[in-house]
Design a protein around this ligand. Structure first.
Ligand code: BES
Ligand code: MN
Ligand code: ZN
Length: 501
């Protein structure tokens, strides 16, 4: 889809459709008022007759409005004028996109970026509109034999800005919005792909393709025998029961404009988590194909960084493997020696994410990282703590945690920090090894992070638990692409782009 910005008045637009807001109760926005004037009261008469109240998301599509050059006018309810919040704004955009896409308007001029959303500027409104539009159009139909093609899908959306001086920032917002939304889209495709297709090898193939697409990216793959040499025994232990071999993708993005130390991003890429010998109950088990959403997020983020040519150095790592029960599987009670030399008693083979990540966290020391962030669908406990709306964040470095929370607020892809104080570490004590891989039932999201923190002593680190946010269950089951927007925002900020200007 094509996005652009311009600055003009509604009566001069000659388009397939003009989009204008109506506030509750039956109040015209400035644009709707202008349209009403030229059409000699056509719109206000409709409202008086009760055709549209103005509640958030209500739509009324009009054809051949008198004296209006455009073929259609789409009126959209925007709720009470000064009370429009961010979620409602995104909902309104998505409603418009779905309506236009299904009613034959292939191009449209949208006046909604002139709405007032508390605390948000034009950059934010345009970027969110782009992200929400691309999200609304997402659909995973690659594996359906009967693909339904729309006859006249929406192809072009023009955002009208109230002043010409805003055009530059509007264009930046479109550029960023498209990059982030595309990163999210390709990550969703990976997440939704079934686990018989999307295995370690498939993921590494995608990471290689990134290097073919972008000249600033180099991808190397660490295979099983190399992991053995490196002593990554905890990572290797997880995939022992699977025919799909573990493979780690190192996606290295470098720019000449930066000599600073790299930011390392690590994603959990368990392509299917059966639990292993500590096998999971069967209900909803298909959703454990989403246990690679951390790796998918890394893939999406690297796309964003390379596409926007951000002047920073970033290494993205996808830690791919599969957790299956088998006579070769690790057992509860096994002790493994991690790459760091610390020994771990595996009390539960279903706490596999931390076993993979701990070795990758040691591996990345070689990059002398500025910052390390891992992203993982790590604990069911995080879903209990924060539900499906907000990701969990735990860090050993306050400034990093603040920066990430700030980016999460700016992007609307939210995270919430949880504590990691000394007391929690005691839960991981083991009688037979340096540490156990699980604690007791309490504070599972925090003890998982405590485990990881024992491998991150040499650098500033943050852990993002996306167990509750990485995908949606139910009828609209789908990967969400989170936290790509949040991390992309963090990297935009690091690259010196200030979105609050
Ligand atoms: N991938 C799961 C975490 C998960 C569970 C994510 C449900 C999303 C929804 C992880 O590998 C896991 O199984 N964790 C265990 C840890 C436990 C054994 C300490 C869990 O959360 O139950
Ligand atoms: Mn598990
Ligand atoms: Zn898992």
């Amino acid at each position: 889809m094509d996005f652009s910005v311009k600055s003009g008045s509604p009566e001069k637009q000659r388009s397939a459709c003009i989009i204008a807001g109506i506030f509750e109760p039956r109040r015209l926005s400035i644009i709707a008022e202008q349209l009403d004037k030229i059409s000699e009261g056509y719109i206000s008469a409709l409202l008086r007759r009760g055709e549209l109240e103005g509640k958030v998301g209500q739509v009324l599509l009009l054809h051949h409005v008198p004296n209006i050059l455009s073929e259609r006018v789409l009126l959209i309810g925007c709720g009470k004028e000064r009370e429009l919040n961010e979620r409602q704004y995104k909902h309104i955009i998505q409603k418009i996109i779905n309506t236009l896409n299904n009613t034959g308007s292939m191009e449209s001029v949208c006046f909604l970026t002139e709405l007032h959303v508390k605390g948000r500027n034009t950059y934010w409104k345009v970027r969110q509109a782009v992200e929400s539009s691309i999200e609304a159009l997402y659909d995973f139909n690659q594996l359906k034999t009967n693909k339904i093609e729309l006859r006249r899908p929406l192809r072009k959306l023009v955002f009208n800005l109230s002043a010409r001086r805003e055009l530059n920032i509007g264009e930046k917002a479109i550029q960023h919005g498209i990059a982030i939304a595309t990163g999210i889209k390709i990550a969703k495709d990976l997440g939704n792909m079934p686990p018989n297709i999307c295995n370690s090898e498939y993921l590494t193939l995608q990471s290689r393709k990134l290097a073919e697409t972008f000249e600033n990216i180099n991808t190397t793959i660490i295979e099983e025998h190399q992991m053995k040499k490196l002593g990554m025994n905890a990572y290797l232990a997880v995939s022992k029961g699977s025919n799909n071999k573990p493979l780690m993708s190192i996606i290295d993005y470098k720019t000449d404009s930066s000599t600073s130390k790299p930011i390392i991003l690590i994603g959990k890429g368990v392509t299917f988590d059966s639990g292993g010998i500590s096998i999971k109950p069967s209900s909803g088990l298909d959703e454990m194909k989403y246990d690679m959403c951390g790796a998918a997020a890394i893939y999406g983020i690297m796309h964003v960084v390379a596409r926007l040519k951000l002047p920073i150095n970033v290494v993205g790592i996808m830690a791919n493997c599969e957790n299956m029960p088998d006579s070769n599987s690790i057992r509860p009670g096994d002790v493994v020696t991690t790459m760091s030399g610390q020994t771990v008693e595996v009390l539960n083979t279903d706490a596999e994410g931390r076993l993979i990540l701990c070795d990758v966290l040691t591996y990345v020391e070689r990059f002398e990282p500025e910052i390390v962030i891992d992203i993982a669908t790590l604990t069911g406990a995080c879903v209990i703590a924060l539900g499906h709306h907000i990701s969990g964040l735990i860090s050993n470095h306050n400034p990093l945690a603040y920066d990430l929370i700030n980016a999460s607020e700016q992007s609307g892809d939210r995270a919430w920090r949880l504590p990691m104080t000394d007391e929690y570490h005691e839960q991981l004590e083991s009688n037979f090894a340096d540490i156990a891989n699980i604690g007791d039932r309490s504070a599972g999201v925090i003890t998982a992070a405590c485990f990881l923190s024992k491998f991150t002593r040499k650098y500033n680190w943050a852990h993002i638990d996306i167990a509750g946010t990485a995908w949606k269950s139910g009828k609209n089951k789908c990967c969400t692409g989170r936290p790509i927007a949040m991390i992309s925002q963090y990297l935009l900020n690091r690259a010196g782009f200030n979105v609050d200007d």
